[in-house]
Design a protein around this ligand. Structure first.
Ligand code: HEC
Ligand code: HEC
Ligand code: HEC
Ligand code: HEC
Ligand code: HEC
Length: 500
């Protein structure tokens, strides 16, 4: 297979992949790296279905059915980003732009956002609906990453991927009556159960939380990789240990670098299912990151609609999660004459991957800094959103700068060939923001206020995807530090400079 692809002497299934690659990318980059060893059923994704020739939507169960006996899991999942993975209007808009560029992106994007839709080939595109077009899928597939998606996954395909790593939907699904997770003694009146080691590990999440460009293999979203080479992985701390427990517990996990079960009694006990025994640990299913904030802003949160109630809890947890992630430290020193420098150190204290992670080319984590003196004069300001909700050019921002094959800036994933600048903060690592200001001769003290903010994406991208002024992108203050320094404390770092 490999050599056939290299030689471009391809037969049917490859024609699709290669034609697409040739259209959108430099052919060399494509042919060189692809080491896939089998014909993919849903290319370019790596989804495989075990034991079925063809699958239909009725082979998966609606989450509401599972929720009848698994109330707690349902309440967490309902309104989560996993439950919104298909409906998410931001996703739908970008996916539609992708579809109009190249229809083969349908399976690539859909594989993680609606695995049931892709594997049953039931996703439909309506180019004339909405701003950019809209996708529909049968009800059970439109539930995105649902209970029955995760709990019928029976393994990983990583050995088949071009990069020999988890990603691009590298999972095996075995839809049917057997539900898999990490209880080795579970008995259910409704379904068979099977112990699955895979579900206990980050690898399970990595099948979807690692994205490489399906043509040029460039790692676009690397949450799993970032975790894999972090201190957390070295200590055996998994994604589940932070994202399937309340944020208060996740904070202890991050600070002590221990798994929840090693931390003693944390109040995680309960029933895992109706009629089952009392369990020491039941897992949260809200999978909260930072994004519930956007869901709320997009009006998918409706107090009268039972379907959206989980968003409220997830919204609060998302804010708590963001507010637990980082710390700030200030260092002020004289440079030369009246010129002074402020350094703000931002440490990624509690994210098990880079801060931010995943869509680092669109996520925005930035510093807002204001320096004033005792007479109320503003000496320096940076990172304050303008009237149009945009960031000033000089803002210190922690993200990645993506470009296309011509070196032009791009935010659309299918155009990305490389990052020209990566300024995300590694786990337990730190980065500095540096600022300069002039100290007036008559100032007696200065006051510094620094804030770290998060938002899912900038206003311009929101305007492009959702329509001008459709939504004002909200931001969350992750952490704030404020400190006053008497002028006498601002030590003269540069011996040649003594102006005051
Ligand atoms: C009629 C009630 C009922 C329904 C409906 C139900 N379950 Fe269960 N399920 C249980 C019980 C009871 C257990 C065992 C709980 C225990 O042992 O603590 C269980 C266990 C599980 C487990 C743990 C398996 C393991 O080995 O770790 C998973 C996963 C699961 N169910 C998923 C689902 C999914 C997905 C659905 C919907 C397709 C569903 N359940 C529908 C009652 C139900
Ligand atoms: C994104 C994947 C994912 C989704 C979606 C998901 N689960 Fe789970 N679930 C897991 C994982 C992973 C575990 C095991 C966590 C561990 O042991 O570390 C788990 C554990 C469980 C368990 C065992 C008891 C426990 O809490 O550990 C049950 C029961 C369960 N899930 C039911 C559900 C139901 C019902 C839904 C839908 C409302 C659902 N799950 C949605 C991934 C998922
Ligand atoms: C390998 C699985 C995978 C593939 C393939 C994938 N995504 Fe995603 N996508 C994710 C995950 C996981 C997230 C959540 C990351 C996060 O929020 O930090 C996400 C988040 C997003 C978001 C952000 C949504 C929001 O509300 O902020 C957009 C937009 C998106 N994806 C679009 C796409 C498009 C378009 C494609 C195809 C070009 C695609 N995705 C392919 C897994 C995938
Ligand atoms: C079948 C693919 C799939 C699997 C498996 C999966 N995820 Fe996700 N996950 C997604 C997608 C897609 C999104 C983003 C949906 C969107 O933003 O539109 C997402 C979103 C999330 C978010 C919310 C991100 C935010 O910005 O708030 C977190 C946290 C998360 N996943 C953690 C996990 C963890 C932990 C696991 C493993 C236990 C896991 N996921 C397994 C596909 C998956
Ligand atoms: C030590 C705790 C910890 C571990 C382990 C951890 N995370 Fe996170 N995660 C966080 C914190 C804190 C945030 C919020 C800050 C941020 O966005 O990075 C977060 C955010 C996220 C987000 C949302 C990012 C965004 O802004 O769009 C996703 C998706 C996610 N995590 C997935 C994962 C996956 C997948 C794993 C395992 C490979 C994992 N996390 C491991 C703590 C953790």
């Amino acid at each position: 297979m490999r050599s056939r692809l290299r030689a471009h002497g391809v037969t049917t299934p490859w024609v699709v992949i290669v034609t697409w690659c040739l259209l959108s990318l430099t052919a060399g980059a494509v042919a060189k790296e692809n080491t896939a060893t089998d014909a993919r059923r849903f290319p370019p994704s790596y989804i495989t279905i075990e034991g079925h020739e063809n699958v239909t939507p009725d082979q998966w169960t609606d989450p509401r059915v599972c929720g009848q006996c698994h109330t707690r899991q349902y309440e967490g999942w309902n309104g989560s980003m996993h439950s919104n993975a298909f409906k998410d209007p931001v996703f739908q808009a970008l996916w539609a732009l992708g579809e109009k560029t190249d229809p083969k992106l349908r399976n690539h994007c859909g594989a993680c956002h609606t695995p049931i839709g892709v594997s049953t080939k039931t996703v439909e595109f309506h180019p004339d609906q909405g701003l950019h077009g809209r996708f529909t899928a049968p009800d059970v597939a439109a539930k995105g990453v649902s209970c029955d998606v995760c709990h019928t996954i029976s393994g990983t395909n990583l050995q088949k991927t071009a990069v020999l790593e988890h990603g691009n939907a590298s999972f095996v699904m075995s839809p049917g009556n057997t539900k898999r997770a990490t209880l080795d003694d579970a008995k259910s009146p409704y379904h068979e159960t099977e112990y699955s080691e895979h579900h206990a590990k980050s690898d399970f999440c990595g099948n979807c939380h690692n994205i490489f460009h399906p043509g040029n293999n460039f790692p676009i979203e690397r949450t799993y990789d970032e975790w894999k080479y972090s201190i957390y992985a070295q200590k055996g701390v998994q994604c589940q240990d932070c994202h399937m427990v309340p944020v208060d517990v996740a904070k202890q996990v991050a600070d002590k670098l221990q798994r929840p079960e090693e931390l003693g009694d944390l109040g995680l006990e309960g029933f895992a299912g109706l009629g089952g025994p009392w369990r020491k640990v039941v897992h949260d299913h809200g999978f909260v990151g930072g994004n519930a904030v956007v869901t709320a802003a997009l009006n998918t949160w409706d107090a009268n609609n039972e379907e959206t109630l989980g968003v409220q809890t997830n919204y609060q947890e998302a804010i708590r999660r963001l507010q637990s992630a980082a710390s700030l430290k200030l260092e002020v020193g004289a440079k030369a004459g009246a010129l002074h420098q402020l350094k703000v150190r931002v440490t990624n204290e509690r994210a098990g991957h880079n801060l931010p992670t995943s869509l680092t080319e669109v996520r925005e984590v930035w510093l807002e800094v204001v320096i004033s003196d005792d007479q109320g004069r503003e000496l320096m300001r940076s990172g304050t959103l303008d009237a149009d909700n945009n960031l000033p050019k000089d803002t210190v921002i922690f993200n990645a700068h993506a470009v296309d094959e011509n070196g032009q800036d791009t935010h659309v994933p299918w155009e990305i060939v490389r990052f020209v600048d990566v300024n995300t903060i590694p786990p337990k690592g730190y980065k500095y923001g540096k600022y300069y200001f002039n100290l007036p001769a008559d100032a007696k003290s200065i006051n510094v206020v620094a804030r770290l903010h998060y938002r899912s994406f900038g206003q311009k991208l929101a305007d492009l995807l959702l329509g001008k002024d459709a939504v004002k992108v909200p931001s969350v203050e992750m952490v704030k530090i404020e400190h006053s320094y008497p002028v006498s404390e601002l030590s003269v770092a540069d011996a040649s400079g003594s102006g005051h």
